[in-house]
Design a protein around this ligand. Structure first.
Ligand code: RIB
Ligand code: CA
Length: 312
């Protein structure tokens, strides 16, 4: 029975791959809709890019909604230095024909959770948590209807990628992250500790290109583009596929391992704003509130991803 999900996203090349993997896996995943949020690039672009990716997957039927255009209480910080001016630099892809749905993404999230059975819908945020937090604030009744949240964000051993202490998705909207992590909803976190182990090496990029379909070539071109930031900064072997770890977890959770621990968000200090303070060693008596992943079977992950992308 496929799991019903809403993907909340700020595409972003890695968001794009996460969406493609989800749309290529109908046995395991039913995408009820995609909600765009401001993050890697401004909202107008993330809402456009989400539709470009749906059409690349041959799925113009997927409802795409635009959500919040800025964090709850701060100025928007974007990441064009990583993802390029459009947010999807790399492949040349046509502008979307499919329209945005009317209505705000936050209302789509609320209405969907109220309409579907309690415990039927999983939320999969791949960007800043603004839309999710707004939905919880506007309609607290939906929190105990959510089956769970599987998100990409945060870092502990890997520390920050946008500041020395914070990972981008949490840093952009720490207040929203604090609301989500304190919501009591079952949360699974894919932090940089895991995603930095899912690197698109040359061989893995070649395997995408060798698929011979439009999607394979586009994914190879996307990762070719967005790997430069991480290769330069970390000297890593290739682009870390952050967001596809969320989708892969929904399909094959056994690829990942971690601990159920307490994770809290720094929301006050300018020095460590957005840090996910993960009590990995359980040194406090703070109640565990998240399954915080620490490791991934990278070969298994790429085998799954490549096999599924071949279907599109
Ligand atoms: O820090 C990595 C995260 O920030 C990923 O979700 C990437 O798409 C950006 O949103
Ligand atoms: Ca993202």
């Amino acid at each position: 029975m496929a799991r019903k999900i809403i993907i909340d996203t700020d595409p972003g090349q890695d968001d794009a791959v996460a969406i493609l993997l989800a749309l290529a896996s109908p046995e395991e995943i039913k995408v009820l809709g995609i909600t765009a949020v401001a993050g890697n690039v401004p909202l107008a672009l993330t809402a456009k890019n989400a539709r470009i990716v749906c059409e690349l997957a041959g799925r113009p039927d997927v409802p795409v909604y635009a959500g919040c255009d800025r964090p709850l209480g701060r100025k928007l910080v974007t990441a064009e230095h990583v993802h390029g001016k459009t947010g999807l630099n790399g492949p040349v892809l046509p502008d979307p024909v499919m329209p945005l749905q009317d209505g705000h993404a936050v209302d789509f999230i609320i209405e969907t959770l109220r309409r579907e059975d309690a415990g039927a819908v999983t939320l999969c945020p791949l960007g800043p948590l603004t839309n999710i937090a707004m939905a919880f604030e506007k309609a607290p009744d939906i929190m105990d209807r959510v089956a769970g949240i599987v998100l990409m964000g945060g870092a502990y051993f890997e520390v920050g990628n946008i500041t020395p202490a914070a990972e981008f998705n949490i840093y952009v909207d720490p207040q929203a992250a604090d609301i989500v992590f304190k919501s009591g909803v079952d949360i699974t976190v894919m932090p940089l500790d895991v995603t930095h182990k899912a690197l698109v090496t040359r061989a893995r990029n070649d395997a995408f290109r060798a698929l011979g379909n439009r999607v394979g070539v586009a994914v190879a071109e996307m990762t070719d583009f967005f790997e430069r930031f991480d290769k330069e900064k970390y000297g890593s072997e290739g682009a870390p596929l952050h967001d596809p770890c969320v989708t892969a977890y929904l399909i094959r959770p056994e690829l990942f391992s971690g601990r159920h621990i307490n994770v809290e968000i720094e929301t006050r200090s300018e020095l460590t704003l957005g840090m996910t303070v993960a009590d990995w060693w359980r040194v406090t008596d703070r109640a565990p509130n998240a399954m915080f992943m620490g490791d991934v079977d990278a070969d298994g992950f790429f085998a799954l991803l490549t096999e599924r992308l071949a279907r599109l």
